[in-house]
Design a protein around this ligand. Sequence first.
Ligand SMILES: Cc1cc2nc3c(=O)[nH]c(=O)nc-3n(C[C@H](O)[C@H](O)[C@H](O)COP(=O)(O)OP(=O)(O)OC[C@H]3O[C@@H](n4cnc5c(N)ncnc54)[C@H](O)[C@@H]3O)c2cc1C
Length: 1002
Amino acid sequence: MARKKSSSDLNQQIEQRTRDLGEQIWGHLERREPTMFEKRWWDDRILSWAMADESVKVQMFRFVDVLPMLRSHDSIVRHLQEYFEDVRKHLPWAARIGLELSQPNSVLGRALALNARSNARRMASRFIAGSSVEEIHYTVDRLRSENFAFTLDLLGEAVISEVEAEAYLQSYLDLISGLAPRVRKWSENVQLDWDSQGHLPRTNVSIKLSALCSQFKPTDPVGTMAVVQPRLRKLLRHAMKYDAYLHVDMEQNSYKPLTLEIFKQTLMEKEFRDFDNVGIVIQAYLPAAEQDLQDLLKWTKKRKTPIWIRLVKGAYWDYETIVSGYRNWPIPVFQQKWESDANFEKLTKVLLENHQWLRPAFGSHNLRSLAHAIAAAHELDIPPSAYEIQMLYGMGKEQAQVFAELGHRVRIYTPFGELIPGMAYLVRRLLENTSNDSFLRQSFTEHVNLETLMMNPSEHAKTATKQKPAEDDGFQNEPLTDFSLEESRTKMQAALEEVEDQFGKEYPLLINGRAIDTKATITSRNPSHKSDSLGTVSSASADDAIDAIDAARRAFPAWSRTEPQYRAEYLELIAANMRRRRFELAAWIVFECGKPWEEADGDVVEAIDFCMYYANQMRRLAHPLHCDVPGEENVYFYRPRGTVAVIAPWNFPLAILTGMTVASLVTGNTVVMKPAEQSSIVAAKLMDVIHESGIPDGVVNFLPGIGEEVGPELVGSPDVEMITFTGSRDVGLAINETASDTDTRQKMVKRVIAEMGGKNAIIVDDDADLDEAVLGVIHSAFNYAGQKCSACSRVIVLESIHDTFVSRLVEATKALKIGPAEDPGTVVGPVIDEEAQQRILEYIEIGKEEATLALACDTSDLEDEGYYIGPHIFTDVDSTCQIAQEEIFGPVLAVIKADDFDEAITIANDTPYALTAGVFSRSPAHLNKARMEIVAGNIYLNRNITGAMVERHPFGGFKMSGIGSKTGGPDYLLQFLVPVNVTENTMRRGFAPDATAEDEEE
Ligand SMILES: Cc1cc2nc3c(=O)[nH]c(=O)nc-3n(C[C@H](O)[C@H](O)[C@H](O)COP(=O)(O)OP(=O)(O)OC[C@H]3O[C@@H](n4cnc5c(N)ncnc54)[C@H](O)[C@@H]3O)c2cc1C
């Protein structure tokens, strides 16, 4: 009786067979003439330069990326020179001379431009099979004749409007029905047309679910599914009708849970439950992939119909690593290449062992990974027809041929599309092929020997060096909540429900630790549902203000003498309390200020950051500076100023109030905290959090009230040493004026710091990535209904791309979901109150007189519910008119045309404000010009202009946008302090202590 193989025997046999197979295939490849592994491609001089030098590679790929947008020879030559300026000395001499001699208008310049274009086209045509229907038909015929199966992928621009999503769907429908009669005519090829379970469709397409919807939003699975599912159903029906196969590609990790969910839910529907010509991708570079695979297995068994699984390592490794680093999120992908390889092999076995349910397709160009899959299948007695090998068009073609000749079904993933939308795909392939860890690069250009290439990935574990954790500089931004995780969404939903149960409560003032109920109250309303009252907050009188100032003044001596270290610890306690209550606080922000989920979460995160950052900064400032000489000791240190009146706005109800308050506290000042009327409950919650930290009575006093009533008392009081304000320009300037009027009882000239408004512009250059520019402008202009001082209210577009940009902007804006803030799908919530609504509507009327209304999103169905105004876009705007000069603080965007980049900068600078500004451009020279010449406190290049992060993006403007230094930056706390220098003569009768002795001891 045959003995069952033990798992270690099996593993050994697989290992041995893997190596034997590797050697055999390698042998085939080496004999292949004239090239192996697409030698022509590797021979390409351009790529050889790129691989030889990382700095050239970066510039090369950036140039390739911008090239399709460059319309003239001049522009190509200018960009070439700009891109390669800094890396000139790394280029081969021929290229150097070419660049140096060519002037944009010269013959050589034209030749260089033509050459660059044709090289890029050639490179693209290696990976992108064409764009027309004829080219598609020609390619699939050719692949068939070469004994390959195919799967088609239609490359497109990022889908940012519903028109584009519909067009994407339609292209696939046309593709499927167009191919059906053609492939039917092909003669039978058993290797390609049959697997162990039956006949396989000849037409095979791969789709991205995110392209079926302009608002693929992991935060809002229900809303996203409602749009994607009907389109997916249409595709599935079409595939069933025309005998086609449909494969769902996998994209970035944040889309994975929703992609899997849509896939499973749709295919479980009665209509599709028996359909087996479908599949999905699993990415082995994710440690979570095994769990996903097990879940799919369970689901498939329940469905009772198998699916295909394309196992790959994953195409977004750099993206995932960079993005999670940027957000301080755990990195979702393995960090060592061998780990991805080892996981691929582990999952290979899971697939093969369950191949009746999860039919395996191995997508790789790595000889070891593929040889292992084949060896494992062989040892498990699984015939080659039960699985397939998949490769990308233009990569490892000779390998593909060898596998096909060995009797395997090889499917080529074949992208189609125009050069511009195809660029993202092309650059991804270039990056992948030139990455140091790429199997293709190692095997061909690095000439790593076969033994190393075929090594079991787990062998690498023995030699791999452990990565050191990054140096901690003492401050780390608090991570935003990842709402693509179900757990986060559940917590947020629960917090919203819990907070709703608390509606109707009363919130007193807090003066000197005592809660005070006043007769007058402020009723807080929900701007999303104006009939909802959230609670009542005591409204302070002028007398209460005097009491609060007095309490703060009396608390000052003890607090100012509290060690900075302890004061910093209070801030850390406040931050810890906020972390613990972060969903509750975010929920209050949603209800009271109409901020959608992500924005509300961002508000809490920024508040935590302010606490942690200022605590850190104060520890730094607490060290006195010494400048001693023999006989004289000099010490420079800081003291607090006194009592600070904090006057805050409603639009960052927690973050700004917290920032201004904790900066005052940590520097040893005492505070009277006056929030905006509209966000008094969020402020009461902050007071609660501060109180929980155990801060002594009187150090922070909570004084909600009507600005006009308590404001003058706070600003004019002789006992207030400093006013820190954020809000409109008019109020800021009025505060500044009042504060400068010195009362005779005053002992100190008041300091005012004020963050005021903006009329922020984004310039869109003629070489900009329009996908990014449109999304960046929309995000900056319409998120939180444009109610941020940093929001974009002017977009200045270069004439040559103006019309294209505007039409995409308008279509993409139409797709934004307007609605109540508690709905996770909402992007544009309500404006804060009726007064704001009326003011914005007046500006819209002015705009209609001054310019052309290109888009007015309708909100009539929400009219009775809350204070809604849909995004409005005006075109043909003159840069001097009212809607281009005055701050509107709502979702109103003025589009201004500029002849060239210089004029765009002039227009951008031509307002009284200087807060934020942005540029979308891929010209290094223009980006430099923007750095030097744009007049704004925060300049953002190639990204949105809102969402400043503490420490990374210290925030604040000048001109009429602000007085004082930036929040969340290294100079901010200095404004709350007075510097003192003490000089002591230490010489007594000609004798002085050694001035350096103490330092040396330290
Ligand atoms: C037909 C086909 C379809 C595909 N479809 C998809 C898809 O839908 N979604 C998707 O995401 N990918 C997809 N891919 C995979 C992707 O596009 C790459 O081709 C693939 O990851 C390259 O792996 P390899 O095995 O060919 O090469 P190898 O050179 O062996 O592996 C390279 C891969 O290893 C991983 N890696 C690189 N460096 C590290 C590191 N330091 N630590 C850990 N891991 C690292 C990355 O995933 C990288 O791409 C597909 C691939 C094929 C062939």
